[in-house]
Design a protein around this ligand. Structure first.
Ligand code: UDP
Ligand code: MG
Length: 329
């Protein structure tokens, strides 16, 4: 019953004029930030009945990005800047943005123009029709290598096999979130925040819109393969204890193999009276088992490491400086 009431209230809200927040994580984007901002402003100014705030989260940029953002803040009344005390990574920057956003709907968008701001009206339209999470799925990924596409594909396959929530393939961070979706996300206390998983985990009414992902406007991606690998590990260990089971089954299989091969060699020695030429088999078995044990400990270690991070309960990010929009009182 109460659920029904909440839905009705949400729908009433969605017909009314909208206050929209745009959250933009920015790290060393000095070369492209002006182009991004003007395209974003142009799109927003063409939308009727919508008030908006743009929230730039400067994730500890070390180039001239902070100065450029200040200039943008001086020029436009609907721009806020929050500067983190150092580079915390995109996920933390996004958390800061969601915490600070005041809108009834929040759009998360990259500053490198890979996510076209021109799609915002379509996302808002989906929100008006009742969507809580509008996921943007890229149907092309220009300017990205075949290897990156392949590894990304592989990651989603493995992730969805192993985890309880299903993460949509080819959906990045570009999305719209309704107020209640944002509130659900910001209420989650965990430190290791694998956002793609969290977006799916909260549930609500999710829709998918397709778009063409453009190449970076300028600069280079901050994601190298090592970073992506760690990101993948993070995702899997955040949402699944599957690897622990895999380790257990591997152990079981190797123990069984050891048992049967042991029995085989014993019988062979007893019946045929063979003296067993032991060294090669022995050394392989020792190395194999040793390797297996280290891998299993490593897997357990991944989870222990996460516990360690969570238990410390450090804040997700630290704000250095916040400049609120001048339009707000
Ligand atoms: N970003 C950030 N902190 C970081 C790395 C990236 O805030 O430590 C921002 C970056 O400025 C951009 C967005 O996150 O707006 C996406 O970054 P990038 O283009 O490097 O990632 P990709 O598009 O390759 O996934
Ligand atoms: Mg990018």
């Amino acid at each position: 019953m109460s659920n029904h009431k909440i839905t009705l209230k949400e729908e009433d809200l969605r017909a009314a004029p909208l206050f929209l927040s745009i959250v933009v994580p920015v790290f060393n984007e000095a070369t492209g930030i002006d182009a991004f901002h003007s395209r974003l402003q142009q799109t927003l100014s063409q939308m009727n009945g919508i008030a908006s705030e743009i929230l730039y989260i400067d994730d500890g940029s070390t180039d001239t990005t902070p100065r450029k953002l200040e200039k943008i803040h001086d020029q436009d009344a609907n721009v806020s800047i929050a500067r983190l005390s150092r580079n915390f990574g995109k996920e933390s920057a996004l958390s800061a943005g969601l915490d600070l956003a005041k809108g009834q709907a929040v759009i998360v968008i990259d500053a490198d123009l890979q996510d076209p701001p021109e799609l915002i009206p379509a996302m808002v339209h989906a929100w008006r029709q009742g969507a809580d999470v509008v996921n943007m799925r890229r149907i092309t990924r220009e300017g990205e290598s075949a290897l990156k596409k392949f590894t990304s594909h592989l990651f989603y396959r493995v992730m969805n096999r192993l985890s309880d929530v299903s993460i949509m393939q080819d959906v990045g961070d570009f999305r719209l979130l309704s107020r209640r979706a944002v509130d659900a996300l910001t209420a989650m206390p965990e430190r290791c925040r694998f956002m793609k998983g969290l977006y799916a985990w909260i549930g609500f009414h999710q829709v998918i819109l397709d778009y063409h992902r453009e190449p970076r406007h300028s600069g280079t991606t901050k994601w190298q393969y090592w970073g992506l690998w760690n990101y993948a590990l993070d995702g899997i260990t955040s949402f699944s204890t599957g690897p622990l089971k895999v380790a257990m089954y591997l152990g079981l299989i190797s123990a069984l193999t050891a048992f049967f091969s042991g029995a085989y060699f014993l019988l062979k020695a007893l019946i045929l009276g063979d003296s067993v030429p032991g060294f090669p088999t022995l050394i392989t078995a020792i190395l194999f088992l040793g390797g297996l044990q280290l891998v299993a400990i490593g897997i357990v270690g991944e989870y222990v490491g996460r516990l360690y991070h969570e238990v410390k309960e450090r804040p997700k990010y630290i704000l250095d400086d916040v400049r609120h929009e001048k339009g707000a009182s």
